[in-house]
Design a protein around this ligand. Sequence first.
Ligand code: ZN
Length: 145
Amino acid sequence: MCLSLRRSCVCGRQEAHFMHRDNILPEGILVNLYCPECREQAEWDPTIMTEDCGWILEYDIEGAKFFFWDKGIVEEITPDFLFDQGYCSWNGLTPQDLAVRTRLHAALAPILQQDRLAYINALKETMLRHVQELKDAGWRKAQLA
Ligand SMILES: [Zn+2]
């Protein structure tokens, strides 16, 4: 089970949806979140931070190690590991992917009332295009999707 969490960035102008794979890590493992507008406030440190399309995620890596070791997981715990393996990363492919998907679904809803199959096909097409756009934009999770 994955819990969905919402976090504001340091400047408070943006919000991101997070998921924590297997709920191994608590919410506090993400110490700070910097959006592209407030990332200058971050003192870049690759031992505790990772980056995705202008966003910076700062983790409590020492704390994370404790939770993994407690579960008998002895991988090397790095910011990239937490992000790429989904232990503390975007819910969806980007910080706001959930909201975007909801909007895309809503936009197609009128088709659903007329023709269910047309709706399913349109949804499939829309989602493929959506993922391709994110891939082209360089979002990390989209590269694997
Ligand atoms: Zn910000």
